[in-house]
Write a protein that binds this ligand. Structure first.
Ligand code: PLP
Length: 399
């Protein structure tokens, strides 16, 4: 029986036994701080000679495990987790640019990244230029004219699923002396590994396919060790590091990534074929369909499929979109993607809300463009739900 007062015993009682044999699945280390035996241990852990942890914001064991897993899957020297995909992207830019410089980014950049570039980087006197990443001669010209420190690409673009020719674009970027950063959120390392094609850094919004279940908010950056460590220091300074529970959940999702991506890809193709046969659909955008302008490139770079996103242009603009969305029963309107459930979004009011209307039009995102994120359900149930909504449009036209 302890002679400690209950007030003290309640705080200290019950020593944690860390088992000597490894658990078969990762335990959650939710601790926000760690103890040191003496000053020698403080010095060893801060100095990196001993394998210890210090404080939540500097990273915990679950984050380290996720980082190692992603580095391995991406074929990267190192990886660092972040609080969100946007923090990972911000850290990638900050680590590469330093005090100033020029960014050349794909004109189809994700809406949040566009806002970051415009609101933060341009306002901080960085020079930002956009280029059509499909047009290699335009990219070459832009690189020659602007001599950027960063060439920023997206592996598969949102929402129209244009395919970045990663080997060609990385080579052009490097010849111009730029660091190449690729957002591969839509692709994941299950489908493409940008570092194998020359990228210096790869960023992901982990809450999409890597987490996979719509319950994670996190980001990750993988690539050259020196850049990753600069990004880590930036994230620690900004307090934008990866929370432990998010890392634990993301790793759990990652275990089924390859299986899910195969199913997302086959379901997306089934959805795309179904849409192509609908009279109310003006155009389907999916790179695994032979009518996609980059079908051959997609087949070469993505032999295991191109993932779960399908965009299509619905005739009739916003009124038709509104009616169509209301008639869906299984497919929910969700402003995210990559979940096990099939979801739909209307880019004009979601991802592209802050993109000026004329730029949206130039990108090919019209008032009728919808984006489906095909889940892992039975494909017949997904296409039946779509048929029901198309039938509703037909009834309206007849009324
Ligand atoms: N990149 C892409 C392609 C995205 O779709 C998103 C979010 O939708 C992000 C980056 C930003 O990620 P997060 O929302 O985790 O900050």
């Amino acid at each position: 029986m302890s002679d400690r007062h209950i007030d003290t015993a309640a705080v200290h009682a019950g020593r944690l036994e860390i088992p000597t044999n490894a658990p078969s699945s990762p335990p959650l280390f939710q601790a926000s701080s760690y103890e040191f035996a003496d000053l020698a241990e403080v010095a060893a852990i801060y100095g990196g000679e001993a394998n210890g942890k210090i404080y939540g914001r500097y990273g915990g064991p679950n984050g380290t495990q996720l980082e190692r897993a992603i580095a391995e899957l991406e074929g990267a020297e190192a990886a660092v987790g972040a609080a969100a995909g946007m923090s990972a992207i911000d850290a990638a830019l900050a680590a590469t640019l330093g005090q100033g410089g020029v960014i050349v980014a794909t004109a189809e950049v994700y809406g949040g990244t566009y806002t970051l570039l415009e609101n933060d980087y341009r306002k901080a006197a960085f020079d930002v230029h956009y280029v059509d990443q499909q047009d290699l001669s335009a990219v070459l010209a832009s690189l020659g004219r602007h001599r950027p420190k960063v060439l920023y690409l997206e592996a598969l673009t949102n929402p129209l699923m244009h395919v970045a020719d990663l080997p060609a674009l990385c080579a052009l970027g490097h010849e111009a002396g730029a660091t190449v950063i690729v957002d591969a959120t839509f692709a994941t390392p299950a489908l493409v590994r940008p570092i194998e094609h020359g990228a210096d850094l790869v960023a992901h919004s982990v809450g999409k396919y890597i987490g996979g279940h719509g319950d994670v908010g996190a980001g990750i950056l993988a690539g050259k060790a020196d850049l990753v460590e600069r990004a880590r220091a930036y994230l620690v300074r900004k307090g934008a590091t990866l929370p432990h529970f998010e890392a634990w959940l993301a790793l759990r999702g990652l275990r089924t990534l390859a299986l899910r991506m195969a199913r997302h890809s086959s379901n997306a193709l089934a959805v795309a074929s179904h849409l192509a046969a609908e009279p109310a659909v003006e155009r389907v955008h999916h790179p695994s369909r032979p009518d996609h302008a980059q079908y051959d490139l997609a087949a070469k770079l993505y032999p295991r499929g191109t993932g779960g996103i399908v965009a299509f242009d619905l005739a009739g603009g916003e009124p038709a979109v509104d009616r169509f969305l209301r008639d869906l029963q299984t497919i929910a309107i969700v402003h995210s993607l990559g979940e096990v459930a099939t979801t739909i979004s209307y880019p004009s009011v979601s991802s592209h809300r802050n993109v000026p209307a004329e730029m949206r039009r130039a990108l090919g995102v019209s008032a009728g463009t919808l984006r489906i994120s095909a889940g892992i359900e039975d494909p017949g149930d997904i296409t039946r739900d779509l048929s029901r909504a198309f039938a509703g449009l037909g009834e309206r036209a007849r009324a």
